[in-house]
Design a protein around this ligand. Structure first.
Ligand code: 4HQ
Length: 222
């Protein structure tokens, strides 16, 4: 997969996308990414990309033309997604859907928002949750992370097993490691039985209990 990020802050991406599983995916040739900066498409001698809102009010608005030109420079074909709290909520189902695309363009807004007329160059609008970020960059990287880790071959076998659980509609079962007793708290004894059926059964029940306690909304949806 290739992802093009349209952003005024391209320096934010390498530290996140270069590390851990996404960094490894790039080295393996499974994930390629680049940034396009709307500032490079500004007509203005000061490379201006924002302006004051018509009708007055605080803050600045991203101008339509530099943003549209930046998106169009990527070429026709890929799905163009704008990150915004007004979008459809991004979730695991959406991540799986986007992971089947060959290319994506993720557009990051800044300031008080973008000129409404430029929305016509986007195919869809996605939100990572009901809170206000400073810009769309962190949201775009959240989407990229959740999508890329679903591309076949990106996760190692042992890493993949862990992520199955969300697709099952339940939270992960609780995990434990050494020491066997930590500050007086013991690891559930079933995990030492050596009986794989018994362990699997305990984990199924523990996952259900954790989901009922922490995220009952997931159970009612399943
Ligand atoms: N922003 N989910 C405002 C978000 C956001 C979110 C991105 C802040 C767009 C203009 N994006 N800019 N929540 O808060 O995706």
């Amino acid at each position: 997969m290739r992802i093009d990020f349209v952003t005024l802050f391209p320096e934010m991406f390498e530290p996140v996308l270069g590390a851990s599983i996404l960094g490894r995916a790039r080295e393996k040739g499974l994930f390629e990414w680049a940034c396009v900066n709307p500032r490079d498409f500004s007509e203005d001698k000061h490379r201006k990309v924002d302006d004051r809102p018509f009708g007055g009010g605080p803050g600045m608005v991203m101008m339509a033309e530099p943003l549209a030109k930046a998106v169009e420079s990527v070429g026709k074909g890929p799905r163009v997604i704008f990150l915004s709290p007004q979008g459809e909520r991004f979730d695991d189902r959406k991540a799986a859907e986007l992971a089947r695309e060959e290319r994506l363009v993720l557009v990051c807004g800044h300031y008080e928002g973008v000129d409404e007329r430029v929305m016509s160059v986007f195919d869809e609008e996605l939100s990572i949750g009901d809170y206000v970020l400073t810009g769309g960059e962190l949201a775009a990287m959240v989407v990229a992370d959740a999508v890329v880790r679903r591309i076949p071959g990106v996760l190692k076998k042992d890493e993949a097993a862990e992520s199955e659980s969300f697709a099952s509609g339940l939270l992960d079962f609780p995990q434990y490691t050494r020491p066997r007793v930590w500050r007086g708290r013991e690891v559930p004894e079933q995990l030492f039985s050596g009986d794989h059926k018994k362990i699997a059964e305990w984990r199924r029940k523990a996952a259900r209990a954790a989901t009922r306690r922490k995220r009952p909304d997931l159970l009612s949806r399943a």
